[in-house]
Write a new protein. Structure first.
Length: 359
């Protein structure tokens, strides 16, 4: 059958079978009117409308796709909204605007120069208003937000595919919980000097820090409350699982029986982006604790330093490790055995933590 392309008085284009056409001579011409078969980029079959799929789901339209100047025109709003975009219409400027993420598409009616993020994108056929719906060229609509457009002749379907960006996992809500980690424990004694075990000193100070903070209204969790083994990764995992605000580990130092003093350690290397992003906070926490320990204990100030230690490397919040004194130094060992010194150290660590939290 022959089909004719016609234009209505309202400016709409359509196709009609030759069976319903009567040729009328016009002027001096005696030649019958010639049909103008369409040559669309997506082939048009007479009397048939292509089905449009988006990521495998068939879309329904109240105004079907049409062919205009060999281009398939599709309802803009329905497809853009299926893609997750928000579409608005400005009646005064006769302009459609679609937004998704950081992409903004502006399409004036009857214009061949829409913009994507301010950059003009030429289209062959301008957008049209048909039955109160905006129709625009298929390829422009499908690709404006990064999609791809496919055509299947056998099934007469249009397939628009857009790789959806994964929804980012929500960041855990950081609590105001402080995890206190008395170093070593169980068979892991730490330094032993003249029968004095590091694990016992750190547990004593750690329990005191916990009580002080709790009495000040700050929630705490200890990695151990008795003489038991707790793995290094287990300590970090506990703080991470609790979404703790701060992690502070308590230790005693050792070297050669002569070195003395107090130092506080943190870790935030540039090679680890997650930790490096917290460098200022980690350094600030370590310095806050160090300042209080020095003011209280009045030992040699060995500073707040960076060191690659497991509990600092594997915690995902501001963390620090306090080396209160050198257990193998006779003078400092004698001090660490005194309840007053352990209480002073605990008060200093707790105050350093509190100062950091209230900064």
């Amino acid at each position: 059958d022959q089909w004719y392309q016609i234009r209505t008085a309202a400016g709409l284009q359509a196709y009609i079978s030759a069976n319903y056409i009567t040729t009328v001579n016009s002027g001096t011409s005696t030649s019958p009117a010639q049909p103008a078969p369409p040559q669309p980029s997506v082939p048009a079959l007479p009397g048939k409308t292509p089905a449009v799929f988006y990521n495998g789901q068939k879309l329904a339209f109240d105004v079907p796709p049409m062919i205009d100047n060999s281009r398939t025109m599709v309802p803009l709003r329905a497809i853009f909204e299926a893609m997750g975009a928000t579409v608005t219409w400005n009646q005064s400027t006769q302009t459609a605007t679609a937004e998704k993420g950081d992409t903004t598409v502006i399409l004036p009616l009857n214009s061949t120069t829409p913009t994507i993020n301010g950059t003009v994108t030429k289209i062959d056929v301008p957008a049209k208003l048909i039955d109160q719906r905006i129709l625009a060229p298929l390829r422009f609509v499908g690709e404006a937000f990064g999609g791809t457009v496919g055509w299947d002749q056998a099934s007469y379907t249009i397939d628009i595919q857009l790789k959806e960006e994964p929804t980012p996992s929500p960041q855990p809500v950081r609590t105001n919980l402080v995890v206190i980690d008395p170093g070593h424990g169980g068979t892991e004694t730490g330094t032993i000097a003249e029968g004095v075990m590091e694990k016992d000193i750190t547990l004593d100070i750690g329990l005191r820090v916990g009580n002080i903070l709790r009495n000040r209204g700050i929630p705490i969790q200890l990695t151990r409350t008795e003489d038991v083994n707790v793995g290094l990764q287990e300590r970090a995992d506990l703080a991470n699982e609790l979404n703790a605000a701060i992690f502070v580990s308590i230790h005693c130092n050792s070297f050669n029986n002569v070195v003395s003093g107090t130092e506080t350690l943190y870790y935030a290397p540039e090679s680890n982006p997650e930790l490096f992003a917290m460098k200022a906070e980690r350094q600030e926490l370590a310095q806050a604790i160090q300042d209080q320990l020095i003011a209280s204990l009045m030992r040699k100030n060995r500073g707040a330093k960076e060191d690659n230690l497991s509990v600092l490397r594997n915690t995902r919040m501001p963390s620090a490790l306090a080396e209160v004194m050198f257990l193998d130094n006779p003078e400092e060992r004698a001090l660490l055995l005194q309840d007053s010194t352990k209480q002073q150290a605990a008060e200093a660590i707790a105050t350093g933590i509190q100062n950091f939290m209230q900064r």
